[in-house]
Design a protein around this ligand. Sequence first.
Ligand SMILES: CC(=O)N[C@H]1[C@@H](OP(=O)(O)OP(=O)(O)OC[C@H]2O[C@@H](n3ccc(=O)[nH]c3=O)[C@H](O)[C@@H]2O)O[C@H](CO)[C@H](O)[C@@H]1O
Ligand SMILES: [Mn+2]
Length: 316
Amino acid sequence: MKLFQNVSTFHRVLAGLSITGLIYFVSTSNRLPYNQPRVVGPDGKGVFLSPWLAPVVWEGTFDPTLIDSIYKQQNITIATTVFALGKYTLFLKDFLESAEQNYFVGFRVHYYVFTDHPEQVPEVKLREEHHLTVLTVPSSNRWQDISLSRMARLEKLIESRLFNEADYVFSLDVDSKFYGRWGVETLSRLVGVIHPWFYGKHREKFPYERRPESQAFIPSAEGDYYYGGAVIGGLVKDVYQLAKTCRENLDIDASKSIEAAWQEESHLNQYFLYNKPSKLLSPEYLWDDIKSKPWEIKIIRFSQVLKNYNEIRPNP
Ligand SMILES: CC(=O)N[C@H]1[C@@H](OP(=O)(O)OP(=O)(O)OC[C@H]2O[C@@H](n3ccc(=O)[nH]c3=O)[C@H](O)[C@@H]2O)O[C@H](CO)[C@H](O)[C@@H]1O
Ligand SMILES: [Mn+2]
């Protein structure tokens, strides 16, 4: 504790702190202060390196033909998990059909569809080397539980199958559609996507979990990007570590009856702050159909579709 010259100063400071303040103090005292990274530069163009030298994938930063030819030599399989419980099965058709047009075309893909209504999984013609497995899970009557249980299910699926069946894995929101190429340019050890609604905002305004009692807590002076929970990816081993850690932290929060502001997305953001992704996907890879396209976005590749939450979620 270099900050304090002698023990009595340290005790006086401690005595003046509340328990919440103490947790805050201990958890922040050894963290490095640094400026928030920009997503769009002063020239209005997307910044394509993070301050820890992770590439940020934007249109124009890669040559699709060249990058495909490099990965072709590696004979890889990309597992893709997608959850469609309750009424969310209605998103599967567009999700899968648009994926088949755009998603890892020419590479081996294995979709794992988790659902409580296996009979509602549509028949979609898959490309050669693309496969789909339906995994039946129990229904749930809280959307928050569905969304956050994805971490535990991903962890278990990796343990039981993906260590043997795949090289990379992506977990994607089903209420989405592909509009453009999503290929091997997105592959890396650990991959996160920059959320389309917050990339122009100061990090103090990010909807991170702000209660120190939660395992997802992020202090207001910290944060790199606000990552979307709709896309998690990377090598099977690294995504396993992420899913396991987030699931453990979700369990700790649940035991204290705390639910983070944005469920597993909050825990994902906390994980990525202290375990930096090795590649970032620009908001081209997670847009929202109701959001107009600004100048810095040259192409929308994957986007959340319009939906009426009151109609499709099992609870408010
Ligand atoms: C764009 C984005 O980053 N979205 C995130 C955001 O809100 P969203 O509003 O996108 O959450 P959402 O309603 O799409 O739920 C996330 C996912 O859970 C599944 N699901 C949910 C409800 C249901 O009844 N049935 C079902 O299958 C489905 O796969 C869905 O895509 O915050 C959520 C957690 O609060 C997740 O982190 C989402 O990934
Ligand atoms: Mn969604």
